[in-house]
Design a binder for this molecule. Sequence first.
Ligand code: ATP
Ligand code: MG
Length: 560
Amino acid sequence: MADAESIVSNFIEKIIINDMESGVIKAPVTRFPPEPNGYLHIGHAKSICLNFGLAEQFGGGCNLRFDDTNPAKEETEYVESIMNDVKWLGFQWTNLCHASDYFDRFYEWALDLIKAGKAYVDDQSSEEIRRNRGTLTQPGVESPYRGRSVEENLDLFDRMAKGEFDEGSKVLRAKIDMASSNINMRDPVMYRILKREHYRTGDKWRVYPMYDYAHGYEDAIEGVTHSVCTLEFQDHRPLYDWFIENVNVPHVPRQYEFARLNLSYTVMSKRRLLELVASKIVSGWDDPRMPTISGFRRRGYTPSSIRRFCREIGVARADSMVDIEFLQHFLREELNKTALRVMAVLRPLKVTLTNWPENFVDELPADNNPEDENAGTRTIKMGREIYIDREDFMEEPVKGFFRLAPGREVRLKHAYMITCTDVVKDAAGEVVELRCAADIESRGGNAPDGRKVKGTLHWVWAGDAVPAKVNLYAHLFTLRNMSEMEEGKDYRDYLNPQSLVALENALLEPSLAKAKPLDNFQFLRHGYFCADTDMTEANPVFNLTVSLKDSWAKESGKQS
Ligand code: ATP
Ligand code: MG
């Protein structure tokens, strides 16, 4: 990865360095241009890190621009979430821009193109236009309206803009070349009639520009030097340049393409993410299983881990699928250094220490994070009744299981060694309680005679444990590469029914009740968890961020 990074992330950097050295530019101006029709996802994070990163690196600027040229799908809620996500990732835009602020100029330039005989009003239906576009091997068919006079085109376009015609009855097209080997150049549509309320311009406009027509002009108006976009726009670049060359723009921008980010076990298009939200398959755009930036945030990811990931995957020109484990790797590395270690019992099993003095409460020192010498210690209390995790007991232990079992001794983390003496079951035969004897001499976790035990368990004291809900998450989809779905199947056919397991009866050490939303913790032996955005002291909720790596392998190999 490091190699790939140093070779390819340089391809745009190299262009910028060349442009600076040859005096074409003083410093780069870039932009991140989302359409406000959904929340941002991790793919957008790659584009954000690249665009803002280039500006930072070379002392230039980066605009946040809302590419809001389609009134049908855009909303203020999305605008706000996008600004919030960009800031959360750690970036600050030079200018906040809206394509809709340039509608007048786009319109003027359309008139210029009509006057130059380079645009015409077409009355064909969208179906006819599509059919007459031709194919990769066949040229397109010229529209019967292609020969309209400049006067007629100016008049018709003016009336389109005034709302005199129905949606779909007319479009404005560029007059380029219906036989071009590049289908994008076969008289692309510039404007269509849409009688919709725009969230910023209201009903002022009855015609709206297409992406290909508007995007280069947006860049030109803002003085963008390097317009970086994803590879699917490579074949649109001649068109981008054509629109720029055929009117008088204040500045000439250049487009460069890089590969989209695809992540394993998820879908990444806004359309599908919107469907997941609308059909309530997830709880919202910020559901911790979503690949959205807000979903990762609620899951407990940090901005720095996402930035690091985006840097390490590099910027290539070939599409690839990146494993979610790679992102998790950077997150674990960071949380290992920063997350406080706490004890949480997810599926409680009661343990009574039969030889423990009835009302005695011990106060034991516990380190907050052995990986961070400044993290300090806290005191945890322990009494006669405690809880351990159900999965840490086996009545008939299998080979390699070193935790609690009848007659077996284990260590309680930060506390005492205990031996299981009795198993209490209910009428149905289910284990409901363990009776254990504590070695009072082993306070701190070691017996004076140097006796060894293989298992160390986390626990909470019944006297102060805090009941909480803990959400365990897994991949939302069961297929690693969602672009390899079986023929005839839909992405919904691959939903993982186990993607959320909510544990309603978890017990936490009391320090966790004071957690603030999004605080990160390591629940010892379970993984990294974060306080949910909606949690309160009265109603604690924690989300699994990421498991501890290879927990079973590590634990079964552990000897002390
Ligand atoms: P989607 O297809 O998910 O709806 P989009 O490309 O339509 O995404 P935009 O709002 O137009 O979404 O994207 C804003 C910017 O983010 C564009 O420059 C686009 O190229 C970039 N971008 C979108 N998806 C990815 C991705 N998966 N990887 C890298 N960049 C992306
Ligand atoms: Mg788009």
